[in-house]
Design a protein around this ligand. Structure first.
Ligand code: SF4
Length: 296
């Protein structure tokens, strides 16, 4: 299941790229800027400020919505009831995030931009959610892209079984791998996951693949201290092959999406991290011989 295909992106990898956002993630990072990507099922997002009350949604008969005092109310229901609401709201107050697309549909979307990839040194970036949670069929897509000589980067938390990574190794140009924390209890508290799985996978991957960019989100209250970031960098130094290390300063651009999903978020009032605040981390990484930068 995917929730977006973004063409002509110049972020998330080199050159002009198409970003395919897969839906579903094994983690629940407290600061996640794409909360609609976390569930493997379609999600309903509603912004009452945009609702013009023409009630096209109610007219579908979907059990996912009911008339409320201020606009509509969202009800827990099945995927099929949610899908009935796809693209019916003219003011985009009600949006269904997520749709099943076959890999051949995705390929035909990607195929439109192959000439731009060639001219710019770009390609395709698989993002999410967690693309490596998509199951064995993902390798069909990767195999076809390799066959068409399209460069592929995968953005991943590496919080997946090793087999999911292993089957993609020879089909992937660049791994953009998150390393959020090395302390197990903190990682677990803020993401619901297991840092030892990520570190184990990263170690194995660095022995088998020579183009890995490590991405460290810099998150207030989670890892934004000198000691914690230096611990993370020290772990990176123990890896076999790393091309670069990128620091991603926290931003709060995704907070409106939590409101649309009806989810409370503990990061609602946390201020974004300025680029200058990660300069010391970059200096430390560079002093250890790593190539480091902010963003990307
Ligand atoms: S790994 Fe990424 S997509 Fe998944 S919850 Fe964390 S920030 Fe969100």
């Amino acid at each position: 299941m995917i929730f977006n295909i973004q063409r002509f992106s110049t972020h998330d990898g080199e050159g002009i790229r198409t970003i395919v956002f897969f839906k579903g993630c094994p983690l629940r990072c407290s600061w996640c800027s794409n909360p609609e990507s976390q569930s493997f099922a379609p999600s309903l997002m509603y912004d009452s400020r945009l609702c013009r009350n023409f009630l096209e949604c109610i007219a579908t008969g979907s059990e996912a919505v009911k008339r409320g005092v201020n606009g509509i109310e969202i009800k827990e229901t099945s995927d099929s009831e949610i899908i009935k609401l796809k693209d019916i709201c003219p003011s985009r107050a009600l949006v269904v995030s997520g749709e099943e697309k076959s890999f051949s549909d995705i390929l035909s979307e990607i195929g439109k931009d192959i000439p731009f990839y060639r001219a710019s040194g770009g390609g395709v970036t698989l993002s999410g959610g967690e693309p490596l949670s998509q199951g064995p069929a993902l390798t069909d897509l990767l195999t076809e892209l390799k066959h068409r000589n399209v460069n592929v980067a995968i953005e991943t938390s590496l919080h997946v079984p090793w087999e999911n990574i292993e089957r993609c190794i020879n089909l992937t140009g660049t791994f953009l791998a998150d390393l959020k924390h090395t302390e197990l209890s903190k990682f677990s508290r803020f993401t619901g996951g297991d840092a030892s799985l990520v570190m184990r996978n990263l170690k194995r991957l660095s022995e088998l693949h020579d183009d890995i960019i490590i991405r460290i989100p810099v998150i207030p209250g989670f890892n934004h201290t000198k000691n914690e970031i230096e611990e993370i960098i020290n772990f990176v130094l123990s890896l076999k092959t790393i091309r670069e290390i990128h620091f991603l300063p926290y931003h709060n651009l995704g907070m409106g999406k939590y409101r649309m999903l009806g989810i409370e978020n503990s990061f609602e009032s946390v201020k974004k991290v300025e680029t200058e605040e990660v300069a010391g981390y970059i200096n430390y990484a560079e002093s250890k011989g790593l190539i480091a930068k902010s963003g990307g």
